[in-house]
Design a protein around this ligand. Structure first.
Ligand SMILES: O=C(O)C(=O)C[C@]1(C(=O)O)C=C[C@@H](O)C=C1
Length: 369
């Protein structure tokens, strides 16, 4: 059979026609969903007042992956659906997402991959500003880095959770590859700008290639790129996209200590969502170090309820010296469940300030499970 370009393009035209009509039919249903959510809001059904429903999006992505007969790659189809649902969100409501900027940061990347092109974004100077934008209602959602697979927890985010009322609504994992960008050569570089967590991920490279060079911590990796672009002998460790955005050359690629380097981000908001088939919950509580075995007793509560812990960390409470706030994340349980309400009340018998920080669909990539 001979392939005629004109005939094939006519086929594509006809399919596009059908696709456009189908996409608009879907968009109309989304508008109806928006109206149903507003009705639910009037009847005080808190769970249904949000436009962004992470559990439903997870279901849609799983469904399109399952139904995909090919030849489209699953990732390509999911990227298309990301934009379909982004447009769907924008039809229902103007949504503003706060992220740690300026553009080109890994937080920006994570936000775009989570919310797509059709929502509005508000760049913030610090992680604390992202929390504030959500707390004050200037943005419905915020994206904050929580932990990195090499460098560990992002301390400013943990500390903000201690003070803030915002809730975690979703999680997302971003593979992170670092680049050394500069307008200079590696030999001439005198200082390197980056976020402290990013510097911690590139220790081997820095020791081998730039030993003794001044390292300057910045509020974000993209701010580092911005600063480096204004100096003659400076470089930045940041995302590849910053090369184009800030007009810098790539000196070295993939300089992170481990190639499977991943950062987990939280999507924060004023409320979490309804249970899904597989949720995780992050709790916070304070223990008094003078009570022997207090932490052990706290952790036993989770064991007694057969809960699998996926993360544990602590920070000074700042109320009194040697009082610690513990963060414990458990899998397979939603924050509104009876199990969780029993855990909270049992912890409350010997721990202070027990609080559920958030509950969200489990988005761990398959290979991390
Ligand atoms: O199901 C909903 O609640 C919708 O608003 C629809 C929809 C979609 O387009 O499929 C859009 C946004 C949500 O985050 C999840 C799903």
């Amino acid at each position: 059979m001979s392939l005629n370009l004109d005939t094939l393009r006519l086929q594509i035209d006809s399919l596009d026609h059908k696709l456009i009509n189908l996409l608009n039919e879907r968009a109309q249903v989304s508008l109806d969903i928006g109206a149903a959510k507003r009705e639910a809001k009037d009847s005080q059904d808190e769970e249904n007042t949000h436009v962004y429903i992470p559990g439903r999006e997870k279901q849609v992505f799983e469904k399109v992956t399952r139904l995909n007969p090919g030849p489209l790659a699953a990732d390509s189809l999911c990227a298309i659906y990301r934009e379909i649902m982004s447009a769907s969100i924008a039809l229902q409501k103007d949504v503003m997402v706060a992220y740690l900027g300026p553009i080109g940061s890994f937080s920006h990347d994570a936000s775009m991959k989570r919310f797509g092109d059709s929502v509005l974004y508000a760049s913030q100077g610090t992680i604390s500003d992202v929390f504030e934008a959500v707390e004050r209602g200037r943005c419905q959602y915020g994206v904050v880095p929580f932990e990195n697979s090499i460098a560990g927890s992002v301390v400013p985010t943990l500390d903000k959770f201690i003070k803030s009322k915002v809730k975690i609504r979703a999680e997302t994992y971003l593979p992170v590859h670092h680049y050394l960008l500069s307008n200079s050569t590696t030999e001439a570089v005198r200082r390197v700008y980056s976020h402290p967590v990013a510097l911690a991920q590139c220790q081997t490279f820095l020791n081998n290639q730039l030993k003794g060079i001044e390292l300057i911590p910045c509020a974000s990796t993209s701010e580092a790129a911005q600063l480096a672009s204004k100096e003659k002998y400076a470089a930045a460790i940041c995302n590849r996209v910053c090369a184009e955005i800030y007009g810098l050359d790539i000196l070295h690629a993939d300089i992170e200590d481990q190639q499977d380097n991943t950062t987990r981000f939280f999507i924060i908001s004023d409320a979490w969502d309804a249970p899904t088939a597989s949720d995780k919950t992050l709790l916070m509580f304070t223990v008094d170090h003078r009570l022997p075995g207090a932490l052990c007793d706290g952790l036993k509560v989770f064991k007694d309820h057969s809960l699998n812990l996926t993360k544990i960390d602590s920070r000074p409470s700042l109320l009194r010296p040697w009082h610690y706030v513990f963060f414990v994340e458990c899998a397979g349980v939603h924050g509104d469940s009876e199990v969780m309400s029993n855990v909270v009340s049992e912890l409350g018998k010997f721990c202070l300030d027990v609080k559920i920080v958030g509950t969200y669909p489990d988005q761990r990539p398959q290979d991390l499970n």
